[in-house]
Write a protein that binds this ligand. Sequence first.
Ligand code: CU
Ligand code: ZN
Length: 173
Amino acid sequence: MKTTICGLLVPMAILVSGSATAKDEKAVAMLESRSGSTVTGKVTFAQHGGKVSMKVVVNGLTPRTHAIHLHEKGDCSAPDAASAGGHWNPSSEDHGKWEHAPFHHGDIGNLVADAKGKAEMHLESAIWTIGDGKPSDILGHAVIDHAKEDDFTTQPTGNAGGRVACGVIERPK
Ligand code: CU
Ligand code: ZN
């Protein structure tokens, strides 16, 4: 009987301590084509202490500037990605420019695709977290790339046009 109880308790203790180490949390969003585009990509996130770093690699874009946002719902099922809802906005602010208040937590800004249609971006954020279940938690939201650039002023979308790629932010598999 004692052996059975110990056998149950040890794995539970490992699970609890594992979820407490937020600094090592990682997340990924695999971008799939939407709205008839050929855009694909990968976005990786990692938490280091109080900051989350984000690395974006996207291919298949038209060579121009494209908005990239985090959207509210982790649902890319619609052919036009409308299922992902509006910009992720846990602080209930107006749409705007990254780290220039007011702005949405999902208002990353713009990517510039080169002549081959490739775009890369890297940033660090102190307003995001991974896997802590707080309003700042990026898990379960979606990364969206748009057909046009974000003008940072049009409410609530930045007038960024259609949604050419979508990926749900998940724990790495
Ligand atoms: Cu968007
Ligand atoms: Zn926004």
